[in-house]
Design a protein around this ligand. Structure first.
Ligand SMILES: C[S@@+](CC[C@H](N)C(=O)[O-])C[C@H]1O[C@@H](n2cnc3c(N)ncnc32)[C@H](O)[C@@H]1O
Length: 370
């Protein structure tokens, strides 16, 4: 694994976005991404890093991955996840805060030598985060925790939440949702908590809402209903974490947290490069790609900037390259002016969006290079 630090030119670098852990985990469904990009040995992927889970998944599946982020803390999180390969499986989980453990910082010191200088400096200054549990402590995860510990108990008992998360069929989920979950109080508090104002203050960054128009809570409520009634809850790691603050079954969590994933990290480590920088700087130097995971990057920028980034990606694409990205609230897809170079797959994209267990998204795009 290589770490390249660069002089960064994005304005965002100087904002608080770049100086803290915003996402300790990825909240975009790794299975959806892999069904869209279908990467494996022989592929080269440019992937927005965030919490690193989805980049690790593609490296575990055999692809060469360049995972980039303009935020050094996001790379430090991902490096720590990779460094866990040096520990036995259970200790790797403990290091990240998943099992009860009184010696997480001791585990950190056993893998500290594996980190780049920048990530080592970050974790040395943030040992308290490791002690409490890294995976809970991104800004977004803390927002989810506030939802789970402050708001959810006003609506449902823990036993009700547990009973719901253990249901074994969609019929049972739909009946439970109608009869026990979807109360007036649930809808009212949900609308309040997921309003643009509260989310900007507590969860997502104000930058993420700069391009958003109109009310957002109603859209999130409809998406939550879809996840509660149309997708199996017992195997949905994203919902399990949001409602219970843990994974009931690690084999249905994130690939790198499964036993097989842990065993595969040593090989994945050789296939992944973590690069510090913004996409405009990194992409021209990263070589030619067969796939791109743009996360939901494009909804942070105006349409014109989205088009320029797609053009840049096109310049560095192999023929037939696949591009995937999500939209939460801002509609973005390949503009008509690029129709002769980039093909949209609207039907498949909509189908994949419907399967997205992370469910907060309003759009998913698979686009392929012509
Ligand atoms: C777009 S955010 C969204 C996170 C995502 N929804 C998730 O669930 O993980 C993902 C990451 O993109 C990074 N980022 C934002 N703009 C970027 C840019 N221009 N170049 C590189 N990374 C960028 C942020 O620092 C953040 O860590």
């Amino acid at each position: 694994m290589k770490i390249n630090s660069r002089h960064l030119r994005s304005e965002l670098v100087h904002s608080e976005l770049a100086n803290r852990i915003n996402y300790a985990q990825c909240w975009e469904d790794e299975d959806v991404l892999q069904r869209a990009l279908r990467v494996g040995p022989g592929d080269r992927v440019l992937s927005v890093c965030s919490g690193g889970d989805n980049s690790l998944r593609m490296a575990l599946d055999g692809a060469e991955v360049v995972a980039l982020d303009l935020s050094q803390p996001q790379l430090a999180v991902t490096e720590l996840k990779l460094a866990g390969r040096l520990l036995p499986y259970e200790e790797h989980l403990q290091l990240l805060g998943l099992l009860k453990a009184g010696r997480r910082v001791g585990l950190y010191h056993r893998v500290r030598h594996d980190l780049s200088e920048a990530s080592r400096a970050f974790w040395d200054a943030n040992e308290a985060t490791i002690r409490v549990g890294v995976l809970k402590l991104g800004r977004f995860e803390r927002y989810l925790e506030t939802f789970r510990t402050r708001l959810l108990p006003l609506v449902h008992r823990r036993s009700t939440v547990r009973a719901f998360l253990e249901l074994g069929s969609l019929e049972a989920q739909r009946a439970f949702y109608e009869e026990r979950w979807d109360r007036l109080r649930w809808r009212a508090l949900f609308r309040m908590f997921f309003s643009k104002t509260v989310m900007s203050r507590m969860g997502r960054s104000p930058e993420q809402f700069a391009q958003v128009e109109g009310p957002v809570a109603e859209a999130f409520l409809a998406r939550a209903k879809h996840a509660f009634t149309e997708l199996p809850v017992a195997t949905n790691p994203y919902l399990q974490w949001m409602l219970a603050g843990e994974y009931s079954d690690l084999e249905c969590s994130r690939s790198y947290l499964t036993r097989a994933g842990h065993a595969g990290l040593e090989d994945a480590y050789e296939r992944i490069s973590l690069v510090h920088g913004d996409i405009e700087t990194v992409l021209p130097r990263a070589g030619t790609m067969s796939a791109f995971n743009f996360s939901n990057l494009f909804e942070y920028v105006p349409p014109e900037h989205h088009r320029l980034l797609l053009e840049l990606a096109l310049e560095h694409s192999r023929p037939g390259a696949r591009m995937a990205y999500w939209n939460t609230l801002v509609p973005r897809h390949r503009p008509a002016t690029l129709a002769d170079r980039l093909q949209r797959h609207e039907e498949l994209s909509a189908e994949l969006l419907g399967q997205d267990r992370a469910f907060v998204y309003g759009g998913f795009n698979l686009e392929t290079v012509l």
